[in-house]
Design a protein around this ligand. Structure first.
Ligand SMILES: [Zn+2]
Length: 262
């Protein structure tokens, strides 16, 4: 990255520190972009310590805000690991630090339970307990502004009807490309693939997005390198962000900030 790019990155970080995304600071500034807009959200689930520290650094290198979805109780000693890819979690001290640096920290379940496999009342209770932990642990968290990211991207019509009475929106399966959000958007769909490295699949979806006049790709990522289900490489992420910010119609944004756009 040359000096010019470094200056742009610094300006973007200032915008982030001021609570604004670069996009909101200068909507539609690029005349060549016209009405075309391609938003790319890499929605990083689960909260791996090593990966998320690196992801935050890479996003900051390009003046971007990362999107982290955290399991509320994963840092507790009695947390039962649901499967072998779910380990190596960060803690609330780290999530508070990353939030203070401008990144988005959103809920991804109380204990990472598949809410379609428990009774509706229990699913509601687990969701509310998750939000209670966020209230307690994350300064500035507002559930009415939050995007709830379903564990396993698994939801039911009942849960989908209830959740917008509690949070702003939810992310569930399945569909990688969403329309650009409106003020009424409450359901965001995503796509994920694993357990192996998902870079080729992600590249394919970015190509699909760019073929459209406009759209919002919400791609569900997890960890970096050998961490988490369906990882991407840290070198790949660095190159991807570098490439994406060079495309005039593309904005790399987290989910909640994207919902602020309309
Ligand atoms: Zn997960």
């Amino acid at each position: 990255m040359g000096l010019g790019a470094a200056a742009i990155a610094a300006a973007r970080l200032e915008a982030i520190a001021g609570g604004e995304t670069p996009l909101r600071k200068a909507p539609g500034k690029d005349a060549s972009a016209g009405a075309r807009m391609h938003i790319v959200t890499l929605s990083f689930d689960d909260g791996f310590r090593k990966s998320n520290i690196k992801i935050a650094e890479l996003y900051e290198k390009y003046g971007l805000i990362a999107c982290f979805n955290i399991i509320a109780t994963a840092d507790r000693s009695d947390f039962a690991i649901p499967n072998e890819t779910l380990k190596g979690f960060g803690d609330w001290a780290l999530w508070r630090e990353l939030a203070a640096r401008g990144h988005e920290i959103m809920p991804h379940g109380y204990k990472h339970i598949n809410l379609t496999k428990v009774p509706f009342d229990e699913a509601k209770e687990l969701t509310l307990k998750c939000l209670d932990v966020f209230d307690k642990e994350l300064p500035g968290f507002k559930r009415e502004r939050a995007v709830y990211n379903f564990p396993y991207n698994a939801s039911t019509p009942e849960l989908e009807a209830w959740l917008p009475t509690v949070v702003r929106a939810f992310r569930t399966g399945w569909g990688a490309i969403n329309p650009l959000p409106t003020k009424k958007t409450v359901k965001i769909t995503t796509h994920a693939i694993g357990p192996e490295n998902c870079e080729r699949d992600l590249d394919k979806w970015i190509d699909e997005l760019l073929k459209l006049p406009s759209g919002w790709l919400v791609y569900n990522t997890h960890g970096l390198d050998d961490e988490g289900w369906g990882p991407i490489g840290s070198v790949y992420l660095d190159k991807l962000l570098d490439r994406l910010i060079g495309i005039p119609t593309v904005r790399v944004m987290p989910t909640g900030r994207t919902l602020d756009m309309p």
